[in-house]
Design a protein around this ligand. Structure first.
Ligand code: ZN
Length: 105
């Protein structure tokens, strides 16, 4: 089972899916969207990934954001310091229905 998320892989999350990965964007430090709405200087977040997704059949267009690729857990989604409980979401790598092309680097 590949450990790195790659285009073509099937994944789901604890709240949605299944999806097929279309693109993975790494090393982003953008603030949470909710902070951008509510704060003049929204805090930047630790490096995280954004994933562009389709349905398994390749249709649709979805995003999931602010996940850590090493743990496949989301960043702490405590909003604006007001939410005391961290809200972690999780990515699950599913059984693949076709070989995944690992990128070389
Ligand atoms: Zn980001």
């Amino acid at each position: 089972m590949p450990e790195r998320l790659e285009p073509g892989m099937l994944i789901s999350t604890n709240y949605s899916g299944p999806y097929r990965i279309k693109r993975v964007e790494r090393g982003c430090t953008c603030p949470f969207y909710i902070d951008e709405i509510n704060e003049r200087n929204p805090p930047r977040q630790p490096p995280h990934i954004h994933i562009v997704l389709t349905r398994p059949d390749g249709t649709g267009h979805f995003w999931i954001s602010h996940f850590d690729e090493g743990t496949l857990l989301s960043l702490d989604k405590s909003y604006c310091g007001l939410k005391s409980k961290p809200g972690y979401d999780r990515i699950y790598i599913m059984e693949q229905d076709m070989p995944v092309q690992m990128s070389l680097f």
